[in-house]
Design a protein around this ligand. Structure first.
Ligand SMILES: Nc1nc2c(ncn2[C@@H]2O[C@H](COP(=O)(O)OP(=O)(O)OP(=O)(O)O)[C@@H](O)[C@H]2O)c(=O)[nH]1
Ligand SMILES: [Mg+2]
Length: 260
């Protein structure tokens, strides 16, 4: 019995020692580092963080993941949404037509020298999937609305897509949005003129760009344009929130001073 008691006592001592060692290690080695990192991202630190807010929003720590930019490809079936997406991501043109249900892709990119993660949702143009579009659109932060310059119906359909997007996004008419006339390499089969498409884009107050998923013409341009727009909008929102938070913090400290 005595032996067991002794063994228990020894075990208790060892555990206590171990616990103390861990505590010492934490307070001498880890805690100071932790404090330093927190102060590095303190938004109220002074002028040098001001420059930081331009490149790195103040409410993200240096270790936080890059901002996620959500792009949605919309447009009728067969206009080239998947072909544009795959050309952008993998530098290749897919000749075969395989109607999409919904595919998501992710890619790291840089916008204004900052690393971002772009999430591309390639939706189904086919009418069979029209009912599930609302759900997809809700998560979108920017839209590439694609038609084929060789198919009038697909051009007419862009108005329906635009209406649906505005309805789902709560008529947020400033949502990053681009009207894209694809298959520009097939100019001899063109049925939608540049002027006609430009007029529609002007009425919506959005840019119009012609692309070719086959030749890669303007493929990077449309994705990067949209990424920049989404990024700018996100950054403005973050900066506004930070300014409001700072103002509130100042107000609070003033009130506290008055009370004291
Ligand atoms: N010549 C030419 N063909 C294209 C271009 N873009 C797409 N295509 C072809 O058009 C067909 C349809 O392209 P997809 O990208 O699958 O069309 P989609 O819009 O994704 O169609 P859904 O998934 O049904 O909504 C394919 O055979 C492509 O090779 C282009 O810019 N030029
Ligand atoms: Mg597709």
């Amino acid at each position: 019995m005595d032996d067991i008691r002794k063994l228990n006592e020894n075990m208790r001592k060892s555990i206590n020692n171990l616990y103390q060692n861990v505590q010492e290690y934490w307070s001498s080695r880890i805690a100071p580092h932790f404090k330093k990192r927190t102060s590095e991202v303190n938004p109220t630190r002074g002028p040098e963080t001001k420059t930081n807010t331009l490149t790195r929003p103040a409410d993200r720590t240096p270790a936080s993941p890059p901002p996620l930019l959500r792009i949605i490809m919309v447009g009728s079936g067969g206009v080239g949404k998947s072909a544009l997406t795959l050309q952008f991501l993998y530098d290749e043109f897919v000749e075969d037509y395989e109607p999409t249900k919904a595919d998501t892709y992710r890619k790291q990119a840089h916008v204004e020298d900052e690393a971002v993660m772009v999430d591309i949702l390639d939706t189904a143009g086919q009418e069979d999937y029209a009912a599930i579009r609302d759900n997809y659109f809700r998560s979108g932060e920017g839209f590439l609305c694609v038609f084929s310059i060789t198919e009038g119906e697909s051009f007419a359909a862009t108005s329906e897509f635009r209406e649906q997007i505005l309805r789902v996004k709560g008529d947020e008419s400033s949502i990053p949005f681009l009207l894209v006339g694809n298959k520009a390499d097939l100019d001899e089969k063109r049925v939608v003129s540049k002027e006609e498409a430009q007029r529609l884009a002007d009425a919506w107050n959005v840019p119009y760009i012609e692309t070719s998923a086959k030749t890669r013409a303007n493929v990077e341009a449309i994705f990067y344009y949209l990424m920049k727009e989404i990024y700018k909008k996100k950054r403005t929102r973050l900066t506004t929130n930070t300014t409001v938070n700072n103002k509130n913090a100042k107000k609070k400290s003033k009130t506290l001073c008055n009370i004291l």
